[in-house]
Ligand binder design. Structure first.
Ligand code: RP5
Ligand code: MG
Ligand code: MG
Length: 279
């Protein structure tokens, strides 16, 4: 895998903390760097001890590389190292130690629902891309409130929650604003969502996410699943409405030139290849 990039962004998100610059050839922990001494940063929102966050190491020593009191501390990347009680990012140095904005020491597990349909003309015929001559996919994208970047409407897996439920819950909260749907419309929408999320899920990716919030001791991992509305008559007709940590929501053409949050563009590339769509 290529060395992580967004996990080395100069300014740590939501803070004034500058990461220690880590050159490409020093990302790997196996490359000796005796003077490496990155800044220690854990966001005040994490130190306040919300339910979703671990306590600080010292008073707290969880069992790593296993499920520990309901919290999944296993990594899709295999067994990660623990040094002086702190887990080490399996993809290497980030220029920040501590947890930053992430609640868990070690892996922080998320799920990404990639809901797609074909781009069609007024008659319902698939539109082919002028250069690649392939049909164009569209996916439901949200604009994240934290950074303003467009993204897949993903979210954290709650302790003990099935990933299949996280996928449906996060999509409902962020792209359909399910928490604010009037009761009269709720049943019909719920029925469509249930149907889509029960049937056509295709796992696209499972593993490390190159997320700007990652640190040397805490990082994002995800399961990304594609739910494709091939005929365009199920989810395509749902009224999209941004909710929770999403500021806007819309159908976006799947194309290599669209810049997205974290590794989301890579996930869409895998979807496009799988569906033989334009990329
Ligand atoms: C990314 O952060 C994942 O791919 C997922 O989309 C997202 C989960 O974090 P929140 O949306 O809950 O902030 O790394
Ligand atoms: Mg969410
Ligand atoms: Mg989210």
């Amino acid at each position: 895998a290529l060395p992580h990039v967004k996990a080395r962004c100069p300014l740590y998100p939501g803070s004034k903390t500058q990461r220690l610059p880590v050159p490409d050839d020093k990302v790997d922990w196996n490359k000796s760097w005796p003077q490496y001494n990155p800044v220690n940063y854990t966001d005040p929102s994490v130190l306040k001890k919300p339910v979703w966050a671990d306590p600080d190491i010292g008073s707290f020593s969880p069992a790593f590389n296993t499920v520990d009191s309901g919290v999944d501390r296993t990594s899709f990347e295999g067994k990660y190292k623990v040094e002086s009680g702190k887990p080490l990012n399996p993809r290497g140095r980030t220029g920040v130690m501590g947890r930053g904005l992430l609640g868990r020491w070690g892996p922080n597990h998320a799920a990404d629902p990639i809901v797609t349909r074909w781009k069609v003309d007024a008659k319902g015929a698939k539109i082919l891309h002028s250069v690649s001559k392939r049909p164009i996919l569209q996916f439901v994208s949200i604009k994240r409130k934290d950074c303003g970047e467009w993204a897949i409407p993903g979210g954290m897996v709650d302790p003990g929650e099935l990933v299949s439920l996280t996928l449906q819950r996060e999509f409902s909260e962020e792209a359909l604003n399910s928490l604010c749907v009037p009761p009269a419309e709720r049943g019909k929408i719920q029925e469509r969502i249930n149907k889509l999320f029960k049937s056509s899920g295709f796992q696209i990716y499972k593993g490390y996410v190159d997320d700007p919030r990652n640190t040397d001791n805490a990082w994002m991992e995800t399961v990304a699943v594609n739910f494709h509305d091939d005929s365009g008559n199920s989810v395509s007709e749902l009224p999209l409405q941004a909710g929770d940590d999403a500021g806007q929501v819309k159908w976006v053409d799947v194309d290599s030139s669209v810049a997205l949050y974290a590794s989301h563009s890579h996930f869409l590339e895998l979807v496009a290849k799988e569906r033989k769509a334009h990329w």
